[in-house]
Design a protein around this ligand. Structure first.
Ligand SMILES: CC(C)(COP(=O)(O)OP(=O)(O)OC[C@H]1O[C@@H](n2cnc3c(N)ncnc32)[C@H](O)[C@@H]1OP(=O)(O)O)[C@@H](O)C(=O)NCCC(=O)NCCS
Length: 166
C-alpha cells in the first residue's frame, strides 16, 4: 500500500531559525491535528474526515516545531497521480514560508509514486492561490459552484503540477 511506502521524515529550517520536522501523523495525533485545522481554516475538515483519511491510508503529514504541530496536509494517490486534499498552517505560523516548504518537500517525496499533483481551491482563497502559483502549479480548469460558501456557492479552481516527466 502506498502510504506504507511514503514514510516521511525530513528536516528544514525557516528563515526565522525555527527548526521544523516534516513527518507523518496518525490516529493518535487527531486531537491536535483537528484543533489546528479549526484554528486555521474557515471551512475546516471534520474530525471524521481525518479519521477517514488515516483509515483510507491517505498520506497524512504535518510539520512539528519543538514538538507541536504547526502545519498539516493530506495527499491521496490513485492511478499514478497524486491529489492534495488539504493543507493548513496554524495562524501563528502563517507567512513564514511553512506551506511553501511543505509543498516543495512533498513534491520531491511523491515524484516516485505520482506523475502529477492536483488540487482544488476556492476561487476566493487568494492566499492559497498565490501559494500554488509560486509553487509552480498551473490552473487547469474551473468547477462552477462547487463549494458551499457563506452566501450561496463558489467555484473551485483546479490546479496541477507535473512531478515527473515520462
Ligand atoms: C494558504 C496557507 C496554507 C498558506 O500557508 P503559509 O505557511 O502562510 O504560506 P507561506 O508562508 O508559504 O506563503 C504565504 C505568505 O508568506 C510569505 N512568505 C513566504 N516565505 C516567507 C518567509 N520566509 N518570511 C516571511 N514571509 C514569507 C509569502 O510571500 C506569502 O505572502 P502572501 O500572503 O503575501 O502571499 C495558510 O494561509 C492557511 O492555512 N490557510 C487556511 C487553510 C487554507 O485555505 N488552505 C488551502 C486550502 S486549498
Amino acid at each position: 500500500m502506498i502510504s506504507d511506502v511514503v514514510s516521511i521524515k525530513r528536516q528544514f529550517t525557516l528563515d526565522d531559525g525555527s527548526r521544523c520536522e516534516l513527518q507523518n501523523f496518525d490516529g493518535g495525533d487527531l486531537d491536535n491535528v483537528h484543533a489546528l485545522e479549526v484554528r486555521a481554516n474557515p471551512y475546516p475538515w471534520s474530525r471524521q474526515n481525518f479519521i477517514d483519511s488515516v483509515s483510507n491510508s491517505h498520506i497524512c503529514v504535518g510539520v512539528k516545531v519543538a514538538g507541536d504541530w504547526c502545519a498539516i496536509a493530506v495527499f491521496s494517490i490513485a492511478s499514478g497521480d497524486a491529489e492534495l486534499l488539504i493543507i493548513s498552517v496554524d495562524p501563528a505560523w502563517q507567512g513564514k514560508g511553512l506551506a511553501t516548504q511543505l509543498l516543495q518537500l512533498m513534491a520531491e517525496q511523491l515524484e516516485d509514486y505520482a506523475a502529477e499533483l492536483f488540487l482544488e481551491v476556492r476561487a476566493s482563497n487568494d492566499r492559497a492561490i498565490e501559494l500554488y502559483n509560486r509553487a509552480g502549479f498551473n490552473q487547469l480548469g474551473v468547477r462552477p459552484s462547487y463549494y458551499p460558501a457563506k452566501n450561496g456557492r463558489e467555484d473551485a479552481h483546479i490546479y496541477g503540477k507535473t512531478l515527473r516527466i515520462g
